[in-house]
Design a protein around this ligand. Structure first.
Ligand code: GRF
Length: 224
């Protein structure tokens, strides 16, 4: 059931939607005081669509293959998203590069999660690259989306120890568990005002963050 007084979120996915699931659960248990207005996928076979439907959330498929250009695809996304008047647009495994027009349209409202300690390992295969580099720590980052791929001011990072003998899959699974904690937490804090975004800067308890919040072993390590 939609409770119209709650602020709206729109979630964009392309795949399994495990982060979407964590967000749905955080909305259901009221950690996040908002409603998910719609879930949009650019792929009809995205597993996350079923998760949304099971939770009674409206879904839409806008296939990028049906559009002649990135611009026309992004315009179709904007038209669908804006019907919800969302306070946040949440990229949760959305595997399309967005145009600067899209990003500017949602300035200070567009969030992404990336499976690395940004600015390390932008792009794909982050876990394998961290292992090959011999990193002792790896993790995930929630950030505001700016025009470059996997860039933009960092909000919160989860730190995960790399264990001797880890495979990329094992490491990925432990990072994903952390993603499911920090993404709902960041959204909850943006909704309740503990976190604010203004002109691409992040504020925590009304003080500007110059480094991301750090999450380790289930708690926040530092406060601004
Ligand atoms: C996650 O690893 C996320 O960090 C990245 O894409 C993956 C999405 O996984 N952006 P899921 O669809 O949420 O399970």
């Amino acid at each position: 059931m939609m409770i119209s007084s709650l602020p709206s979120l729109v979630v964009l996915i392309s795949g399994s939607g495990s982060n979407l699931q964590a967000i749905i659960e955080a909305v259901e248990n009221r950690q996040i005081r908002a409603q998910i207005c719609t879930v949009i996928s650019n792929r009809a076979d995205a597993g996350g669509l079923k998760r949304a439907q099971k939770a009674g959330i409206k879904t839409m498929v806008i296939e990028h293959t049906q559009y002649p250009s990135r611009e026309t695809f992004d315009q179709a996304l904007i038209a669908a998203i804006d019907k919800c008047q969302p306070v946040l647009v949440i990229l949760a495994g959305f595997m399309r590069i967005l145009t600067s027009g899209f990003i500017q349209h949602y300035a200070d409202r567009l969030l992404n999660i990336h499976p690395s300690l940004l600015p390390r390992y932008k792009g794909l295969h982050t876990h394998q690259r961290a292992l090959e580099n011999g990193d002792r720590h790896h993790g995930a980052s929630v950030h505001i989306v700016s025009s470059e791929l996997d860039s933009g001011p960092l909000v919160i990072q989860a730190i995960v120890e790399v264990k001797t003998g880890d495979t990329a899959q094992q490491l990925a699974a432990r990072v994903l568990e952390q993603e499911h904690q920090i993404y709902p937490l960041a959204i909850a804090m943006l909704i309740d005002g503990r976190l604010k975004i203004n002109h691409n800067s992040v504020y925590f308890n009304n003080r500007q963050l110059h480094k991301p919040l750090l999450w380790h072993a289930g708690k926040l390590l530092e406060k601004a």
